[in-house]
Ligand binder design. Structure first.
Ligand code: GDP
Ligand code: IMO
Ligand code: MG
Length: 428
């Protein structure tokens, strides 16, 4: 039985939440491995519509154990809100959710610093979600982070918190002219978090290991997208973690040998929220039409998403960095009625053709897309569940994307609801 990763193939918001909810019907464990509540994963099923920021999107299936792995950074207030919201809608979160004691906490000063740092970047702002994710990962790497497990020993935590806050307060007041935090208040928050979250805290690596040894199926839920990866994305316009599949092993304490399937989720066009280059961006009526049709506004921040045609150069790069065994195509229905549909198959840079995704963000920003045009389709694909029902032109579009990505397309999503899915090959 496999561990199968679901990884964002583009710049995030590909529809991972919908796909994870769909695939979790066959999963024993569903585990988030990276990012924090910068993620917003939408799930629509019989229970209603949900937007998850931390809780794995497989939580609705009663046979699943849902894990928040060590690679995730956790804002305990956001997690608590999510748990409460789910419990209020009848989901048995207490029985199903486990939080790694090795996961790092997003502290109140991380949220403030995220906002202060963004402000000080001025025109070069990254466009972060402002949730404290970057500063929490900075502290993790600097070895001055606070982990979920530290809450279990509040006595031991207090002197560390005092030392950390002494430094953070200097940074906040002297560099950014901000308002300092009181140790007492932050410590009181820690006490509250412990009271609320203690039942969920567990050494989840053991649960993962046991499930893998017992050959049970495990779904690894990615957040963000490969082109936002700290190493492989459009640096510095990236997030501070590893959405690519390598992050799944680090972020859950499993071996690459455990991962038998790697699914890249791609939407049928491109979007990006925040700063940084998006070569196939459409700053015109077509871009606006996609945004309105697809309601491309951020799940976490409500910001309008930048929209453009599918970028096959970026997609192929993403496939090579991850080694996708499968591709999953979402939001095909959004392109219903567009004539023609276009795919970026080449960049032009400095008068020459370029077929690779450059590491230099400045270079990428000067790449212009070269498009291949394909015929659009008249009949809507929205809600279809069988390949044969798709208009011929839509089939041709999917087949061309498959060729360009270089991985077989195993699922096609034709709407936001769980059942609006065409299964071509079994993934899990
Ligand atoms: P995620 O971050 O990758 O989980 O994606 P988001 O939830 O942030 O954004 C994806 C949006 O597309 C959500 O509003 C989903 O409900 C919606 N969605 C997912 N799949 C489809 C699809 O196939 N068609 C349409 N029309 N909407 C979809
Ligand atoms: P899901 O899981 C889309 C983007 C932000 C910003 C950059 C850095 O829903 O696909 P951060 O707050 O992480 O420091 O911001 O990354 N970003 C996302 N964009 N989907 C996401 O998550 C994102 N998470 C972060 O907009 O450009
Ligand atoms: Mg999202």
């Amino acid at each position: 039985m496999p561990a199968v990763a679901v990884v964002g193939g583009q710049w995030g918001d590909e529809g991972k939440g919908k796909i994870v909810d769909y695939l979790s019907q066959n999963a024993h464990i569903v585990a988030r491995y990276s990012g924090g509540n910068n993620a917003g994963h939408t799930v629509m099923n019989e229970a209603g519509e949900f937007k998850f920021h931390l809780v794995p999107s497989g939580i609705f299936w009663p046979q699943t154990t849902c894990i928040i792995g060590n690679g995730v950074v956790v804002d305990p207030d956001v997690l608590w809100q999510e748990i409460q919201g789910l419990a209020g809608r009848g989901v048995d979160v207490a029985a199903r959710l486990r939080l790694s004691d090795r996961a790092h906490l997003i502290m109140p000063y991380h949220i403030l610093l995220d906002q202060l740092e963004e402000r000080s970047r001025g025109r070069d702002a990254i466009g972060t979600t402002g949730k404290g994710v970057g500063p929490a990962y900075v502290d993790k790497t600097a070895r001055s982070g606070i982990r979920v497990g530290d809450l279990l020993d509040l006595e031991g935590l207090l002197p560390r918190l005092q030392a950390i806050l002494e430094y953070k307060n200097k940074l906040i007041t002297r560099v950014y002219d901000g308002t300092p935090f009181s140790v007492e208040q932050v410590f009181e928050r820690c006490r509250t978090w412990l009271e609320r979250l203690e039942p969920f805290i567990a050494p989840v690596e053991m649960t993962m290991r046991q499930a893998l040894e017992e050959q049970r199926s495990v779904l690894l839920e990615g957040a963000q997208g490969s082109l936002l990866d700290l190493d492989h994305g459009t640096y510095p316009y990236v997030t501070s973690s590893h959405p690519t599949v390598g992050g799944a092993c680090i972020g859950l304490g499993i071996s690459p040998r455990d991962v038998t399937g790697i699914c890249g989720v791609f939407k049928a066009y491109s979007t990006r929220v925040g700063g940084g280059p998006l070569p196939s961006e459409l700053n015109d009526a077509t871009g606006d039409a996609i945004r309105q049709r697809a309601w491309e506004y951020g799940t976490t921040t409500g910001r309008p998403r930048r929209c453009g045609w599918f970028d096959a150069i970026a997609a192929r790069y993403s496939a090579s960095v991850n080694g996708f065994t499968d591709a999953i195509l979402t939001r095909l229905d959004v392109l219903d009625g567009f004539h023609p549909v276009k795919v970026c198959v080449e960049y032009r840079y400095d008068g020459r053709e370029m077929r690779h995704f450059p590491s230099s963000t400045a270079q990428l920003a000067h790449c212009t897309p070269v498009y291949e045009e394909l015929p659009g389709w008249e009949r809507p694909t929205a809600g279809l569940t069988r390949w044969e029902e798709l208009p011929k032109e839509a089939q041709r579009y999917v087949a061309r994307l498959e060729e360009l990505i270089g991985s077989p397309i195993s699922l096609i999503s034709t709407g936001p609801r769980r059942h609006e899915t065409i299964a071509l090959r079994s993934v899990l």
